[in-house]
Design a protein around this ligand. Structure first.
Ligand code: ZN
Length: 178
């Protein structure tokens, strides 16, 4: 899934993790892609038919989620914050599981369209190297316009949840005696 879809989950999570800064919530939802970029540069992941086992494998995604949960609960001294951030990191894998494989290789930025020469094979490994790869392939079967609409829709929903939270908090702050 693209950035907007992932970030929308972070926005929507603010009411359940008020102690965690919004930036951290947003980063948590996107950290697996950040890792994929870093591992790509470092030559640890090659993508393609090998997939992205270290950043996007089911097993390693669970590991990263656990690491993020422990770090956050230590830093914020709040176990609930840790649990929420852990789930946010794992939400990335869940959304990618639904949407992957994404036909970026055949995407035209000018026409905002991907052309399916052939459907792509699943690309999310369960473990490493030669382990089975999964992915329900939503973006393999809808148009790029539909996928974009879906991501914007999710982002607007997430933004609405966040805006409602901020509005309620401000209102509560104002009604309290100074
Ligand atoms: Zn991803």
């Amino acid at each position: 899934m693209g950035p907007l879809g992932h970030l929308s989950v972070g926005l929507a999570a603010k009411p359940v993790a008020p102690k965690v800064p919004l930036g951290i919530l947003l980063l948590a939802t996107w950290i697996l892609d950040v890792l994929a970029i870093a591992f790509g540069f470092a030559g640890i992941e090659r993508g393609g038919s090998a997939g992205l086992p270290w950043s996007h494998g089911l097993f390693m995604s669970l590991v990263w989620s656990l690491v993020a949960a422990i770090l956050t609960s230590r830093i914020c001294r709040d176990n609930r914050a840790g649990v929420v951030v852990g789930f946010l990191v794992f939400s990335h894998w869940v959304l990618d599981f639904v949407s992957h494989p994404i036909p970026f290789s055949s995407f035209s930025w000018r026409l905002w369209r991907w052309s399916y020469g052939h459907l792509l094979p699943s690309d999310l490994p369960l473990l490493f190297g030669s382990s089975p790869k999964v992915g329900l392939g939503l973006y393999n079967s809808i148009s790029a316009i539909e996928a974009t609409t879906l991501e914007f829709g999710m982002f607007i929903l997430g933004g609405a949840v966040y805006a409602t939270y901020v509005f309620k908090k401000k209102k509560a702050g104002r009604s309290q005696p100074a």
